[in-house]
Design a protein around this ligand. Structure first.
Ligand SMILES: CC(C)(COP(=O)(O)OP(=O)(O)OC[C@H]1O[C@@H](n2cnc3c(N)ncnc32)[C@H](O)[C@@H]1OP(=O)(O)O)[C@@H](O)C(=O)NCCC(=O)NCCS
Length: 181
């Protein structure tokens, strides 16, 4: 169970304190709402439900404002062609009303820390390098890794411990639920 060590307080005057914590029983509906609203379809929300059912949510964190879930991030296992296991960050979502206040960054940073504490040594993400670069992600092709979706430069990797990124691991596969939704 991950609980952010610090109570994280967005630097916005007048905004109630937002807490980052592990998802718990009773959160699923709130997670569904925030994730479905953040993407063009409910595919990502259904993906989270499928990952939860499949026991693949290595790390699953919510951002809570009062009693409302306003943000969510999931990490699930990924595996290289050579058998190295890491984590994939997906999806991350913040309610439109709460964006650009650092909540997405706080979720991602807390999630990466929780993955590290769980013993994972590397993480991948498919997303905009301009956003994920700030967390330490860099082009995965430079490490000899590629993704199943032709993500190209959007497919990024970072070490969670020094030297943690597998070398020339080839194709990185996400959990099977990614192919089902
Ligand atoms: C991406 C998302 C989670 C960021 O949440 P957030 O709480 O606003 O994030 P932060 O406040 O930590 O960071 C906001 C900053 O990132 C930038 N940013 C946000 N989303 C971005 C994106 N997709 N690509 C590049 N930059 C992005 C913002 O412009 C802002 O930049 P600034 O700090 O220079 O102003 C949120 O915008 C969201 O839910 N988007 C819809 C779902 C989505 O696209 N998820 C990611 C899929 S890869």
């Amino acid at each position: 169970m991950f609980q952010s060590r610090r109570r994280w307080n967005p630097q916005v005057q007048g905004m109630a304190m937002v807490t980052i914590r592990t998802e718990r029983d009773g959160d699923a509906e709130g997670v569904r709402v925030v994730v479905a609203a953040a993407f063009p379809s409910d595919a990502e929300a259904r993906l989270v439900d499928a990952l939860r059912r499949g026991g693949r949510l290595v790390v699953s964190l919510v951002a809570v404002d009062g009693d409302r879930i306003v943000g969510y991030v999931a990490f699930s296992p990924v595996r290289t062609a050579t058998g190295a296991t890491g984590v994939g960050l997906a999806p991350v979502a913040v309610a439109a009303s709460h964006r650009r206040r650092g909540i997405g960054a706080a979720l991602i940073e807390a999630g990466l820390e929780a993955c590290r504490e769980a013993g994972y040594e590397w993480a991948v993400v498919l997303g905009d390098p301009a956003y994920y670069g700030r967390f330490g992600f860099a082009a995965a092709t430079a490490s000899g890794l590629r993704d199943e979706y032709g993500g190209g430069a959007a497919f990024q990797v970072m070490a969670l411990v020094q030297g943690g990124v597998p070398v020339d691991g080839g194709l990185v596969r996400y959990a099977p639920e990614f192919g089902e939704v």
